[in-house]
Write a protein that binds this ligand. Structure first.
Ligand code: PMP
Length: 406
């Protein structure tokens, strides 16, 4: 089976939109994707049919909401093949998931002089929380570099690891360069030293099959809004052997076992990490997004998007003076480039006026910009609802703008 593109495109109302009286082409999917009607319907259904605060009330609506929220936990468990449902924690997004681990794992396991390893190509979300932790605990952040093709220099990991290394945090796919990292190899190396690994799957999980058991990672994070789901919801997967030893991140309702003014004891996982009323509408919307991905088939998505990416690369190569950032054997989802000396903002602004949305700038990964000594790139990022026709229009537009600004 392959993707039925006209049916798929009809499911996404925003794809029918025009801007500046031109058909709208959306190539900023790595920033946030669009949502299909099925997700919009799921969110509306909650407010229309069974709105109630989950896990709390004994009444019908509360129970209905609880059942639906917990069903999504099962869906996420299946999506990433997690061994147990209680290892799935709902958060507000990838950023909050990483902050949760940095804070909570940090409280339990990081001490003065300890070391944390991240890669040079991380999104700020996978750098800053670790820096904040290092500041708090007087620990040290070490960086695994990439080479000029964007390839992560995994052969240097062994040399970076010391008996003080407590965790390695690395992205599965670079949100700037689209480089797919050899995370299994990283995990195997780290595990030989009993060091846990956190994987940032924010740019992976919507494009590829995910199996945390096969990978062996200790933590994985991702956001709903980048996988056709609502904003304000994301997930953290963590091995229970870690989660059970980690203190809570936020305190409040639902994360407790017993509260007195003398002492509070905490709930079991996952609830220990889900303080307050959860984003139940968004969680249930995320469930509908996962159903949608299953319906299309992640293998079909992978094949279709690879063809799209290969086509975009081949066509962009015909643009005079183009320079790509990220040219490794395994690329996914995004293409970053510059044309001659044209400022990425200028290119982005002109493309916008032609009805084409791309991202320009540092993409929340300033160390990647520093590596190449540039201020920013133009980034086109794709989803299964994009087409070769859209790519053709985009290439023509890039050529036109390049000729204008050269
Ligand atoms: N990691 C990566 C690789 C990302 O691309 C992003 C979003 N651009 C994030 C983390 C943060 O995701 P969010 O803003 O949804 O929390």
């Amino acid at each position: 089976m392959s993707i039925n593109i006209s049916k798929v495109r009809n499911d996404f109302p925003l794809l029918q939109k025009e801007v500046y009286e031109k058909p709208y082409i959306y190539f900023d999917n790595a920033a946030t994707t669009y949502r299909p009607l099925q997700v919009l319907a799921a969110e509306e259904q909650i407010y229309r049919e069974f709105n109630g605060n989950p896990h709390r009330g004994a009444h019908y609506m509360s129970n209905q909401t609880t059942v639906h929220v917990e069903a999504v936990r099962d869906k996420v468990q299946q999506l990433i093949n997690a061994p147990a449902r209680e290892e799935i924690i709902f958060t507000r997004g990838a950023t909050e998931s990483i902050n949760l681990v940095a804070y909570s794992f940090g409280e339990a396991f990081i001490h003065e002089g300890d070391e944390i390893i991240v890669s040079e190509m991380e999104h700020h979300a996978n750098i800053v929380p670790w820096q904040m932790l290092c500041e708090r605990k007087k620990a040290k952040l070490k960086v695994l570099p990439f080479d000029n093709s964007g390839r992560l220099m995994v052969e240097e990991l062994e040399g970076l690891i010391s008996d003080k290394t407590r965790i390695v945090a690395v992205t599965m796919v670079s949100n700037v360069m689209g480089v797919v990292n050899p995370v299994k190899q990283i995990i195997e190396t780290a595990h030989q030293h009993n060091i846990p690994v956190l994987l940032d799957a924010a740019q992976w999980v919507q494009h590829h099959k995910t199996d945390v058991q096969e990978l062996g990672c200790d933590f994985m994070v991702f956001s709903g809004h980048k996988m056709y789901g609502p904003t304000g919801v994301g997930c953290l997967y963590g091995k229970s052997k870690w989660l059970e030893k980690m203190p809570p991140f936020l305190g409040g309702g639902e994360m407790i076992d017993k509260v007195t003014f003398d002492k509070t004891t905490f709930n079991t996982i996952p609830y220990k990490f889900e303080a307050g009323t959860p984003n139940f509408t968004q969680i249930i919307g995320l469930g509908a997004a996962i159903d949608y991905i299953h319906e299309l088939g992640i293998e079909n998505i992978e094949v279709y998007e690879k063809e799209l990416l290969d086509y975009a690369y081949s066509q962009l190569q015909t643009v005079q003076g183009i320079r790509f950032f990220g040219e490794t054997e395994k690329q996914s989802g995004v293409i970053s480039f510059l044309v001659g000396n044209i400022h990425p903002y200028d290119m982005g602004m002109f493309l916008d006026k032609m009805g084409i949305a791309v991202r320009t700038g540092h993409h929340c990964a300033e160390p990647v910009m520093d590596h190449f000594a540039i201020h920013g790139t133009i980034r086109a990022s794709f989803a299964f609802y994009n087409t070769n026709n859209e790519i053709d229009t985009f290439i023509q537009a890039v050529k036109k703008v390049s000729a204008m600004l050269a």
